[in-house]
Design a protein around this ligand. Structure first.
Ligand code: KG4
Ligand code: ZN
Length: 349
């Protein structure tokens, strides 16, 4: 039998992604972003995102097929993000995936977007170890997970954020510094010239009495806002690079400290960091330094696979096919607020 060739479809936020994976290997992908259309609003506008997915879906799929050097008829399985995400945006990709699966008469798998982020690392570093800690840091989520086999075992949620996600904090702070959207890359660029010790912004939830794996970033965002306000009221110029670097450092300190605490508490030796914020250079460098000091194996996908893309969804599909999972079927609905218990949606009974 020839190897399965899995098409992954991603449309949960402002990225339209199609990726093609076979036997754990990325054959090619196409990616389009409507980020520029949201910039003037300082965040993603769901209706604009959904319309953009509809506009670019077919050409982006064509790019993916050409990049992979395969024809549409070569696709043997389709996987699509069916949640969580912006409802109207998820609907467009899921409808596209259903049409493709139906017209090719191939199985369709609904995929949990966050499991996709974790699976992106498989494309770069190979199969996951037997057990690991996964830190997911994206625009909508900040979670520490204990993960075994990504598609066969239940995913154990150790902690989440009480308020803003890490990426959301980057986006909000970028907006109040007048840096535009998405906030991560622009803050990161500004921070490169700044002194991360110039402002001591709060590191929340790190006291012994705090929940060990729970995050909170809204106080940090407020502290940055107060600092900017105070400087402006005093007629002083706002040192954007220093504020950006100090903010970034505060986020990185908390993320790495809590993720490594989970690794050590569980007696594990692998930390995997995924999601859009994992593209951050300071986070990557400091996580590496602290993992090296503790003898922990650190895996982070390359930046282009950290932010949303179709390849990561195809990677989950590929794992599901190899695990012999039952397809989700053409009747699956979008689940915009799906909680992460397993990689496939809906969870097989
Ligand atoms: O995973 P992702 O592409 O979409 C979601 O699933 O939410 O993550 C997007 C988030 C945005 O908040 C963006 O500002 C952030 O990832 N991000 C970064 C960087 N690149 C993207 N944050 C920090 N540093 C970066 N280089
Ligand atoms: Zn994402």
């Amino acid at each position: 039998m020839t190897a399965p060739i899995v098409l992954g479809v991603e449309s949960s936020c402002d990225e339209t992604g199609f990726g093609i994976v076979s036997e754990g290997r990325l054959l090619g992908q196409g990616l389009a972003s409507s980020a520029a259309q949201h910039a003037e609003f300082g965040g993603v506008v769901p209706e604009i995102a959904a319309r953009a997915h509809l506009d670019v879906a077919v050409p982006t799929l064509q790019v993916a097929l050409a990049d992979a050097g395969v024809e549409l008829r070569d696709i043997t399985h389709v996987a699509a993000t069916s949640g969580p995400g912006l409802a109207t945006a998820v609907h467009v990709g899921l409808a596209a995936a259903k049409s493709i699966a139906w017209s090719l008469d191939v199985p369709l798998y609904g995929v949990h977007h966050l499991a996709g982020h974790a699976a992106a690392d498989v494309l770069e570093h190979g199969p996951l170890p037997e057990r690991s800690i996964v830190l997911i840091v994206s625009g909508g989520h900040t979670s520490i997970l204990a993960v075994g086999d990504l598609v066969r075992d239940p995913i154990e949620h150790l902690g989440d954020t009480l308020d803003d996600a890490a990426g959301e904090a980057f986006d909000k702070v970028a907006r109040l510094l007048g840096l535009g959207y998405p906030g991560g890359p622009v803050i990161s660029r500004a921070a490169a010239d700044g002194d991360p010790t110039s402002f001591s912004f709060p590191r929340a939830m790190l006291r012994p009495q705090d929940a060990p794996y729970t995050f909170s970033f809204s106080g940090l965002k407020t502290a940055v806002a107060r600092t900017v306000e105070t400087l402006e009221r005093a007629g002083e110029s706002v040192p954007v690079a220093d504020i950006a670097a100090s903010f970034e450092q505060a986020v990185v300190d908390v993320l790495v400290t809590k993720a490594l605490r989970a690794v050590q508490d569980r007696g594990l030796d692998t930390l995997i960091i995924v999601g859009g914020v994992a593209a951050n250079a300071r986070l990557r460098a400091q996580a590496q330094e602290r993992c090296d000091a503790l003898g922990v194996d650190l895996r982070i996908p390359p930046p282009r696979l950290c932010t949303d893309n179709g390849a990561m969804i195809a990677a989950v599909g590929d794992l599901l096919v190899h695990a012999g999972a039952d397809p989700s079927g053409l009747g699956i609905a979008a689940d915009p607020s799906a909680v992460l218990h397993g990689a496939q949606l809906p969870l097989p009974r």
